[in-house]
Design a protein around this ligand. Sequence first.
Ligand SMILES: C[S@@+](CC[C@H](N)C(=O)[O-])C[C@H]1O[C@@H](n2cnc3c(N)ncnc32)[C@H](O)[C@@H]1O
Length: 218
Amino acid sequence: MVGGLDQGLGEGVNAPEIRKEVCRAYSGFADEYVSATHSYEPFPGLEDELRTFASDLPGSRFLDLGCGSGRDGLLLAKLGFDVVFADFSLPMLHHGPGSARARWLVCCDVLGLPFCEGAFSGVLLSGVLLHLPRSQCRDALVGVRKILDGRGRVLMSMKRGTGEGWRVAGSIPKRRWFSYYAPDEFAEICESARLVIDRVTVSDREDWFTVTAGRYDI
Ligand SMILES: C[S@@+](CC[C@H](N)C(=O)[O-])C[C@H]1O[C@@H](n2cnc3c(N)ncnc32)[C@H](O)[C@@H]1O
């Protein structure tokens, strides 16, 4: 075991199978995950980060992608945004934003987004892309860029480090896939997907960092 990871991406490991297993892990413990993450209390600074991001978005159409409990999208809905909640785990949508009677719930994978080009002014990907094998990260970012409107922006939270592999951590007692990046390295992948970086911030919260980027093609 290297750097807390149980297993690297070896020969023959199948990226779609990884996503299926991650989805099963979240789906099997959706109730527990929602209870552990629905409030901002255990995550100092997170609410302010989100409010700051939301304060200068160019419009009101917002996607909380990989929404989990829906904590962040629900805050934005209270602030007046039209929020779509999306997650590839149906139980997560049910226990999270669904139980708060959120209006728009979409079950989808970040690698196959069922939205029109330019559909959103803002997209949040908090703790989501870190569950993709590194080889799939750029493709996901290309898809996210496409659904932003010309002046739209995305906020992404990722974990600092190196390598990728299976790990059992936090409130989910099943292994999940984690891919770690240096902040500059992740910013470069965003740029290779033609996103324009606004800001890279190393957070005070554990090993998190955030990247804000825009489409900026009008
Ligand atoms: C670490 S949780 C973060 C939840 C929420 N964004 C938050 O910050 O509390 C990751 C969420 O992303 C979802 N997810 C992971 N990989 C995904 C994928 N490929 N497509 C869509 N959702 C995904 C999981 O089901 C889970 O709800």
